[in-house]
Unconditional design. Structure first.
Length: 104
């Protein structure tokens, strides 16, 4: 289950608020869509969930994100040439540690 509780995201450069007090959970089998205008933090929310370490230089983040028991991967909108040459399947196979899966 994915749980986000009281998430706040601020751009460090000007302390502009991207997200304030966002809370939600996604149960197994549920789907979630992020809809919004360009530049309003959709990708940043996804990065906060999947790769919070990449935000530390430009976003201040507070709140709680729990991905307990989930395997999360993020496919960036802008990719370097080496990544562009991979299929989506190859990219996710590289990002996911398949040892976490129990096929038995």
């Amino acid at each position: 289950m994915l749980t986000v509780k009281n998430l706040n995201l601020y751009i460090l450069k000007d302390m502009r608020t991207l997200i304030e007090d966002l809370s939600f959970s996604v149960q197994p089998g549920e789907r979630l869509a992020l809809i919004g205008e360009e530049g309003n933090g959709k990708s940043t929310i996804l990065k906060a969930i999947a790769q919070p370490h990449v935000l530390k230089d430009y976003v201040k983040m507070t709140g709680e994100i729990s991905t307990a028991g989930e395997i999360i991967a993020y496919l960036p909108q802008l990719r370097d040439r080496a990544l562009m040459e991979k299929t989506t399947e190859d990219y996710f196979n590289q990002m996911v540690d398949w040892h976490h899966f129990d096929y038995g």
